[in-house]
Design a protein around this ligand. Structure first.
Ligand SMILES: NC(=O)N[C@@H](CC(=O)O)C(=O)O
Ligand SMILES: [Zn+2]
Ligand SMILES: [Zn+2]
Length: 348
């Protein structure tokens, strides 16, 4: 097997860049590898309309390293009050590519999220009409539902109904974590896809909980049992164009993770494609990485694939123990441990 892997430049279809002093770090990390990224809108306050998306986009562009052509693809955050007209205006802007449904209370900064999907049916209808993808954090939030079952119950209670109500709507089931979600997406129509993170391909809940509790593996949806990890690996390496790369890289400051009540989110952007290569290599499926990372996402979103390339080499290196995060620090996934693939800087 070759020790070099050249791919069309990939894109990240789900990332959190945060804002303010964190941007120079988070933007440099994503722009190192990815041509474009779908920028999650869960700021405080969230990105609710085209004007807020434009302002955030300008802050991201200003934080790019010199010479970078990285392109942020902006997303609206749906609230109970989002109007169909705001969706149409956002689409007309040309830089808003999707809208995101966070069930209220499901995850980090989802307090302004949707309390009942029925409240945003007119907005979703407008999205179906104009071909704007609906991105979904697919977990129910009811206190009586076990945290490990929240994705599966969301499928049964909401996903099936949504795709029935809007058969032409483009839906991305974000950061799927279960065999149930793999099956749902596989069996749904071609306009239903899913992103899969590197950490859900490489890890299961044992990595988070056996031999001590490891807060840097804590994210939402939470890591599941090994059988679900296997189903995700099967899906990602299957060649099925419905499945594509979305890191869900979600930095939180060290003190907010290593705490009595720690935040959800893993920071993977510093070595994202390298981590995916490791997962695909474990499956002897490196030949499937380009489709997953560089082709399936643009095809789903109706955008052209990138035309330049990146090269990875199989060469051990040590992940940093910590990274700057504005004035604070973030502990990346795999901190201080060995990574098996390294990106060659600027190959053309
Ligand atoms: N994935 C996470 O655990 N956290 C994300 C939110 C999200 O994507 O649900 C974050 O913004 O921190
Ligand atoms: Zn989410
Ligand atoms: Zn996310």
């Amino acid at each position: 097997m070759s020790d070099r892997l050249t791919l069309l430049r990939p894109d990240d279809w789900h990332i959190h860049l945060r804002d303010g002093a964190a941007l120079p770090q988070t933007v440099a990390d994503v722009a190192r590898t990815f041509g474009r990224a779908i920028i999650m809108p869960n700021l405080v306050p969230p990105v609710r309309n085209a004007a807020e998306a434009d302002a955030y986009r300008q802050r991201i562009l200003a934080a790019r390293p010199a010479g970078s052509r990285f392109e942020p693809l902006m997303v609206l955050y749906l609230t109970d009050r989002t109007q169909p007209e705001e969706i149409r205006q956002a689409k007309a802007s040309g830089f808003v590519h999707a809208a995101k449904l966070y069930p209220a209370g499901a995850t980090t900064n989802s307090d302004s999220g949707v309390t009942s999907i029925d409240k945003i049916l007119p907005a979703i209808e407008a999205m179906a009409d104009i071909g704007m993808p609906l991105l979904i954090h697919g977990e129910v939030t009811r206190g009586d539902v076990d945290v490990f079952d929240r994705e599966k119950i969301f499928i049964d209670e909401h996903m099936r109904r949504l795709v029935e109500l809007f058969p032409t709507l483009k839906v991305v089931f974000e950061h799927i974590t279960t065999a149930d979600a793999v099956q749902f997406v596989t069996e749904a129509s071609a306009n239903v896809g899913a992103t899969i993170t590197a950490h859900h391909l490489l890890y299961n809940r044992n990595h988070m909980l056996v031999g001590g509790i490891r807060p840097h593996f804590y994210c939402l949806p939470i890591l599941k049992r090994n059988t679900h990890q296997v189903a995700l690996l099967d899906a990602a390496t299957s060649g099925n164009p419905k499945f594509f790369l979305g890191t869900d890289s979600a930095p939180h400051a060290q003190h907010a993770k290593e705490a009595a009540c720690g935040c959800a989110g893993c920071y993977t952007a510093f070595a994202a494609i390298e981590l995916y290569a490791e997962a695909f290599e474990q499956r002897n499926a490196l030949d499937k990485l380009e489709g997953f990372a560089s082709l399936n996402g643009p095809r789903f979103y109706g955008l052209p694939a990138n035309t330049d390339r990146i090269t990875l080499v199989r060469e051990d290196w040590t992940a940093p123990a910590s990274l700057p995060f504005g004035e604070l620090t973030v502990i990346p996934l795999r901190a201080g441990e060995t990574l098996r693939w390294r990106l060659l800087e600027e190959s053309k």
